[in-house]
Structures are given as structure tokens and as C-alpha cells.
Design a binder for this molecule. Structure first.
Ligand code: GUN
Ligand code: ZN
Length: 430
């Protein structure tokens, strides 16, 4: 089946960097995207490409909108949806007061299914087509999120949370069940269609050394699965890690010693790293998830994008709901801008979009499949409409450049501006 979509089209070819390099992006004011059997085959100016399309191609006219690649959320907890925006605590107290009680409810498989469906529909409404998701300690919560993603044809990476100490009893597994349950879930879900499995130790504070060792064994036995965890988010957390793992050089060193720092490792937060950590991450292939709404909301700290990028560490943007306060990656980009601005760093609109599209795909090791309109990639894309709200419409009228328009949509846009989300060329029903 051949389809074509006519609109303004924008995507990144590489990291535009803090100077918004023009050569890193491609834009056609009146553009055409050609899709065949769910993958992109061509991008270019509409007048030229329309003339060469075969007669049976279905052309959808979306003129007046802007098509960008599907957005990618590199770190989010579906089990924390109902405690988003909970008052008053920093990380460790927030976990005990809000996150753990919310996750305990996922012992009930019906609850897990209900939340999973709602959560993925919200992602699609916000233009998110791929996400890397923490489930809970209960294997059936992993089945719930994968089943819901499969039904919607979303690209999703998820895993069972591993935690066997310093957490409520009802949320505790052990090293052996963590290994066995994860292995069974990998066999059931990894590489099934658009789904991928992530070995998911919650963070080094809630796993015994025996459990971290079991996670490392899985990471070695299944090298094309992902590893997904939290790293150096909060100063008190970092201090406790230094106490508990007195032998370690740093927090990252703990994960590294257990074989959890490798290609396809995703570390959420990465706020309290030093140059040695960053160099090691770059060398071993681990990536960082930049979670600005969460870092501000939980009072955790400021992500240092320039240092990560200069060290050669791949970085993707992430909402981290429910520590994060919005599932919208547009909102997340606007908060990322502020976090960097506070540190004298720049985030032009094109780079913000890169962090949630091609950059995120690179961070996940999926840039051969998603993240841009390059020929052969899966046709996941978002139709942005500046007319979605009166304010964005008004601001768009006053813009004089593409960068200005994109920047205004990042700051003022929300799900009203996501006119449609497409998965492999098919419009998602939400
Ligand atoms: N560190 C360990 N668990 C969590 C969590 O659920 N959310 C956040 N933001 N940080 C964590
Ligand atoms: Zn998190």
C-alpha cells in the first residue's frame, strides 16, 4: 500500500547542537512524505514528488499543519499515573508516601489493564509513539502494558521492576524470582513485533548485591534487551549509595561492576555524575534520560546537557511521570529549555525536537527504525496544528521563521495541537 501525506514537514538528520545547525535538519514548507507498507520511502517538496507518485497512491492533504516524527519518551512509569502532581516531597519521601502505595495497587491485574490502556491513549494524544516504561514488581503489570501496546501497535520497551530491599514488603521480590520472572517475560515479549524488554532494577538502593548480580547475568545472557534504571537523581540518594556500596568509586560504578552499564542501558536523571562517570558511560554505550519536569518538581537538580554531549554520552528526553508532571513531550521540551537556561546553556527548538525524536532513538539504539523520516524507517509521525488553540494560533501568526514557530509550539502547545498521531502510516484512534 502506498500512501502520501502533504503538509509542512520537519525532521532532524543529526544533532543540531546549541547553535541550531541548519545542516542537521530538513524542512519542506509544502512537503510530501511517502509511505509504503508502513515505512517511509520518500520525503521532499510536494510539487516534485506528487508528479512521480503512482496513480493508486492515497494522498492525504494535511496542508496548514506541520508533520514531525513520532515523539519518544525515554523514561516513564505507567504505574504512577494516578499520583502525578502529589504535593510536597523530595525523592526518597515521595517514593514512600506516593509512588510505592500507587504501585502496590498493581497486584490487581484488572487495575493494571485499565491504567495501561488509559496511559497509552494519553501518550498517543500527546504525540508519543514510542516509550520506555517502568511497570511494577508484578509480572502481570508487565503483561498489561505490553498487551495494551500490542493492541495499539505502539513501539514500547518495558520491564518488571526488580526490588528486594528498603521497600514495602508487598512490593519486594528476591534475587531468584527477579531472575526467573524477568527471564520468562523476556521470552514472552522481547522482540515480539514492536515490543522490547528492559531489565529493570529500580535503583541500586532497593536491590541487594545478589539481585544486581542476577540482573547483570540477564543483561549478559540477553544482550539485545535493554537495561533501564535510575542514576544519581537526588543528593540524599547519592549519599546513601556511597554508604551502602562503600567499595564503589561512584553511583555509576555500582551498576558497572554488576554488568549493567552496556549498550542499550538507559539511566534516568544522571544529575550527580563527574567527568569520569560521563567518560565511562560514553565508552560503554549507556545513555541518559533527561527528565526536566521531574527534576524540577521533586527538587532534584539540574541536568547538565552540555557536559553529557561534550563527553559523547547519548541523551534522550523523558517525562518520568509520576515524578514528572506532564506526559506531553512539548511541555517537557519547554522545561528542558528552562533547566538549561538556568545554567547558561542553550536549547534551540530544533535541538529540543532532536532530543525527543532522533536523539532519543539513538539513545535507545533504535535509530535504524525510528526517530526521523529516513527511507526504511517505520512511519510513526505527528501532525502538529498551530491552530489547535487560540493562543498558539495567535502566536503563530506573529512568527517570522520556522525556529520561532517551533519554539512557540514547544512553549504554548499541548494535546490540542496534536491533530493526529500515526503509527506505521495508520492514524491512531484516540
Ligand atoms: N528512583 C527510584 N525509583 C524512582 C521513581 O519511581 N521515580 C523517580 N523519579 N526516581 C526513582
Ligand atoms: Zn523514574
Amino acid at each position: 500500500m502506498r500512501q502520501a501525506f502533504r503538509a509542512s514537514v520537519f525532521h532532524c538528520l543529526a544533532d543540531p547542537g546549541p547553535q541550531a545547525e541548519r545542516s542537521a535538519v530538513e524542512f519542506y514548507e509544502d512537503g510530501l512524505l511517502v509511505v509504503e507498507d508502513g515505512v517511509f520511502t520518500q520525503i521532499g517538496p510536494a510539487d516534485k514528488l506528487l508528479a512521480s507518485l503512482p496513480k493508486d497512491a492515497q494522498v492525504e492533504d494535511l496542508s496548514g499543519t506541520l508533520i514531525i516524527p513520532g515523539l519518544i519518551d525515554c523514561h516513564v512509569h505507567f504505574s504512577q499515573l494516578d499520583i502525578i502532581a502529589s504535593y510536597g516531597e523530595q525523592l526518597l519521601d515521595w517514593l514512600n508516601r506516593y509512588a510505592y502505595p500507587a504501585e502496590a495497587r498493581f497486584a490487581d491485574a484488572d487495575h493494571a489493564h485499565e491504567v495501561a490502556g488509559f496511559f497509552l491513549d494519553e501518550l498517543l494524544k500527546n504525540g508519543t509513539t514510542t516509550a520506555m516504561v517502568f511497570a511494577t514488581v508484578f509480572p502481570r503489570s508487565v503483561d498489561a502494558i505490553f498487551e495494551a501496546a500490542e493492541k495499539r501497535n505502539m513501539r514500547l520497551i518495558a520491564g518488571k521492576v526488580l526490588m528486594d530491599k528498603m521497600c514495602p514488603d508487598e512490593l519486594s521480590d528476591d534475587a531468584e524470582s527477579a531472575y526467573g520472572d524477568s527471564k520468562a517475560l523476556i521470552e514472552r515479549w522481547h522482540d515480539k513485533g514492536r515490543l522490547g524488554y528492559a531489565i529493570t532494577p529500580r535503583f541500586a538502593l532497593t536491590s541487594s548485591e545478589e539481585q544486581l548480580e542476577a540482573a547483570g547475568r540477564l543483561a549478559e545472557e540477553y544482550p539485545d534487551t535493554w537495561v533501564h534504571t535510575h542514576l544519581a537523581e537526588n543528593q540524599e540518594e547519592v549519599d546513601q549509595i556511597a554508604n551502602q556500596f562503600a567499595w564503589s568509586r561512584s553511583y555509576l560504578d555500582v551498576y558497572d561492576r554488576f554488568g549493567l552499564l552496556r549498550d542499550r542501558s538507559m539511566f534516568a536523571h544522571c544529575l550527580y555524575l563527574d567527568a569520569v562517570d560521563r567518560a565511562l558511560m560514553a565508552k560503554k554505550g549507556g545513555a541518559g534520560a533527561f527528565c526536566p519536569t521531574s527534576n524540577l518538581f521533586l527538587g532534584s537538580g539540574l541536568f547538565d546537557l552540555d557536559s553529557m554531549a561534550d563527553a559523547g554520552v547519548r541523551v534522550g528526553l523523558a517525562t518520568d511521570v509520576g515524578g514528572g508532571t506532564s506526559l506531553s513531550l512539548l511541555k517537557t521540551m519547554s522545561e528542558a529549555y528552562k533547566v538549561l537556561h538556568l545554567q547558561g546553556q542553550s536549547l534551540p527548538a530544533s535541538r529540543a525536537l532532536y532530543l525527543a525524536t532522533l536523539g532519543a532513538a539513538e539513545a535507545l539504539g533504535l535509530d535504524d527504525r525510528i526517530g526521523s523520516f529516513a527511507a526504511g524507517k517505520e512511519a510513526d509521525f505527528v501532525v502538529l496544528d498551530a491552530g489547535g488553540s487560540s493562543m498558539t494560533a495567535r502566536r503563530a501568526q506573529a512568527t517570522t521563521s520556522l525556529d520561532e514557530l517551533l519554539f512557540s509550539l514547544i512553549f504554548l502547545g499541548d494535546d490540542r495541537n496534536i491533530a493526529a498521531t500515526y503509527l506505521q502510516g495508520q492514524r491512531a484512534k484516540v
